[in-house]
Write a protein that binds this ligand. Structure first.
Ligand code: HEM
Length: 225
């Protein structure tokens, strides 16, 4: 088994498995965040549950962080191996003739998403860790009310942040558009099923980032004091 994951195809399968895991995370992250548009109260309650449930905090959260780090590290290794597999580059590389722009630039869209995640953690995750683990406040309250919805709206006041988030979500869309095709390929999707799977993948890759864009822009323009 160790040998398999050191082989080229093994690495691709590991990459695809971690990608599916992250796509599942993104789906539930979106499902919870979109609640903030339709029902701030429900969003507050679900956020409080997710943020204070021991199984989620100490079980799933570390697995998620591992999944994110694994996907990035593996992505870099694959990129380096692909580059060094052919020490002398092609004299003529008409990339556009037989590959798409997104497939050739997965490392760059990936790096942009990594930069977004750093910003996103500074915005949301570190303050959350600070409140709970440093200040020891697990109540989820501020001035007698749940604080999550207001904290989220505060962040989207700044047009610069909203702009940065929107750019990141567009790059996420490009990354996912190729990522899905590639992950199905690595998992050996058969020709018959391929078309349906590709279409589901395309729909996901477009709808989820667009949905995140709607959330960010909605809160920018609909701030409740
Ligand atoms: C408008 C869009 C988004 C909003 C409003 C949002 C909001 C949040 C909030 C409030 C948290 C803190 C959760 C907590 O720890 O209590 C969080 C965590 C996180 N977000 Fe987002 N998010 C958005 C988009 C994204 C996207 C597109 C990604 C991935 C590409 C992402 C990845 C993460 C990750 C990995 C965490 C840490 C999860 C954890 O362990 O708690 N988010 N987000």
């Amino acid at each position: 088994m160790g040998g398999f994951f050191k082989s080229s195809i093994g690495r691709k399968v590991a990459m695809a498995l971690s990608a599916f895991f992250l796509m599942f995370f993104l789906l539930q992250h979106f499902a919870i965040n979109i609640l903030s548009v339709f029902s701030p109260d429900t969003f507050n309650e679900v956020s409080h549950f997710m943020g204070t449930n021991a199984l989620i905090q100490y079980g799933l959260q570390p697995v998620l962080i591992f999944g994110v780090v694994f996907h990035f590290v593996m992505g870099f290794i694959l990129e380096l191996k692909n580059k060094s597999a052919r020490k002398i580059s092609y004299a003529k590389n008409h990339g556009a003739a037989n590959s798409t722009w997104t497939s050739r630039n997965m490392i760059w869209s990936g790096l942009a998403i990594l930069a977004f995640i750093v910003l996103h953690f500074i915005d949301f995750w570190f303050p959350e860790i600070n409140t709970k683990f440093i200040e020891g406040d697990w109540s989820g309250l501020h001035d007698g009310e749940f604080r999550y919805f207001h904290e989220l709206q505060e962040k989207f006041l700044s047009p610069v942040r909203v702009g940065a988030y929107v750019v990141a979500f567009v790059l996420l869309m490009l990354h996912l558009l190729h990522g899905f095709t590639s992950a199905f390929q690595s998992m050996g999707a058969t020709a018959g099923r391929k078309k349906t799977l590709q279409n589901i993948g395309k729909a996901y890759a477009i709808i989820i980032p667009l949905g995140f864009i709607v959330i960010a822009i909605y809160h920018h323009f609909n701030h409740i004091h």
